[in-house]
Design a protein around this ligand. Structure first.
Ligand code: ATP
Ligand code: LTN
Length: 338
């Protein structure tokens, strides 16, 4: 019997900083690594999304390469997974245009990420790209008809919009898109800022001491863990409402070591925050040191990285161009002559 094709998994990450952080890794990309075994995997660097806020064109290309190197260093296998750059496939922007015409203005404006990001300088000066950002994201996803989209909690609403748009298109024209499901791990869905545990750790929103970058100097990361905000009672206990800082550190500790939260709480019973943070700092250093080395090694061979991205784009194009052709046909566009 012929092998059944595997269901697909797809996700993307923006090249908006010089490094990924622990929120990106524990919330999202770590799941990319495990899911690639059981699904046909597509992972991309969302450079089109990165220009929806002001960006530095001198840095974008290099950040895109560094992002790809980090994904490989984490364990995304370029032989198995299509790793590609969003702007290398015009199909993403083309399907986004189609979906723009299916989305109401109010629907786009209600997205909390748009509200948060546009609040900074006022909605009137936010780019229309920031408003339509989730529609481009829906296009990214629907082109590949994936079963799962592994992301952090902050992306749940965008996934809901994606499903709504898929349903709307299927209903209005003909069944074309698969309804994707978010894949969000409860425990690590929202890693918090180390200095302000009321907020998520974020490339754009965190201060340098609130965020642990995977490519930071390991001694710097250790220091950030040791000076993370906790509270004054000195008891290591998991309580997200009363002790968000300590609970966040327990989440990171548990995710990096595989030890359960209960096991950690028992192990630090009667010890203070000093021991707890010191040990976690060591765990973090042990994790980031080989990761950084692998990333830097991969970055030394730029040609090989570019070849991986080229090959990834070819695999992606084979799928994306077929979906887009179906969409154009169903919309009634006149076919171009060969
Ligand atoms: P920016 O601040 O530029 O919006 P970001 O730090 O939020 O960036 P993204 O590139 O938007 O990072 O996110 C990449 C992936 O990481 C997404 O799946 C997102 O949900 C996840 N993610 C980001 N921050 C966290 C976090 N603090 N906890 C868990 N997951 C996160
Ligand atoms: N908005 C996402 C990045 C992203 C994405 C996607 C994630 C762009 N397109 C498609 C999953 C699927 C973010 O992480 N901020």
């Amino acid at each position: 019997m012929a092998d059944q094709p595997l269901p697909r998994v797809l996700s993307g990450i923006q090249p908006t900083a010089d490094s990924f952080h622990f929120g990106n890794y524990l919330g999202a990309t770590r799941q990319w690594v495990t899911l690639q075994d059981e699904f046909e995997p597509f992972f991309f660097i969302a450079d089109l999304h990165a220009i929806s806020v002001e960006h530095d064109p001198k840095k974008l290309g290099e950040r895109t390469r560094v992002a790809a190197a980090q994904l490989i260093a984490m364990g995304i296998d370029p032989e198995r997974s299509a790793i590609f750059v969003q702007s290398h496939l015009p199909e993403h922007a083309e399907l986004a245009w189609v979906l723009n015409s299916l989305t109401s203005f109010g629907e786009a404006r209600r997205m909390t990420q748009f509200k948060d990001k546009s609040a900074k300088d006022g909605e009137g000066s936010a780019s229309v790209g920031l408003l339509t950002y989730p529609i481009l994201q829906a296009a990214d996803i629907l082109l590949y008809r994936p079963q799962y989209v592994p992301v952090g909690e902050d992306q749940r609403q965008h996934l809901e919009l994606t499903r709504d748009l898929a349903q709307r298109f299927n209903h209005r024209y003909k069944k074309t898109f698969r309804l994707p499901e978010p894949f969000i791990l409860k425990e690590t869905a929202k890693i918090l800022d180390l200095q302000n545990p009321a907020k998520k750790m974020s490339k754009s929103g965190s201060s340098p001491s609130g965020i642990i970058d995977l490519l930071d100097e390991p001694t710097v990361s250790a220091k950030k863990i040791r000076s993370a905000v906790t509270d004054s009672d000195s008891v290591v206990r998991f309580d997200e409402a009363e002790k968000p800082g300590v609970s966040n550190l327990l989440t990171i500790y548990s995710a990096l070591t595989g030890r359960t939260i209960e096991d950690l709480v028992t192990a630090y019973d009667g010890k203070g925050y000093g021991d707890f943070k010191g040990d976690l700092a060591e765990v973090v250093v042990e994790f980031v040191t080989p990761f950084r080395d692998r990333t830097h090694e991969l970055l030394e061979d730029g040609d090989r990285l570019d070849a991986v991205l080229h090959h990834g784009a070819e695999k992606a194009r084979a799928v994306a161009s077929r979906t887009l052709a179906d969409v154009y046909e169903r919309l009634g566009f006149l076919k171009a002559r060969d």
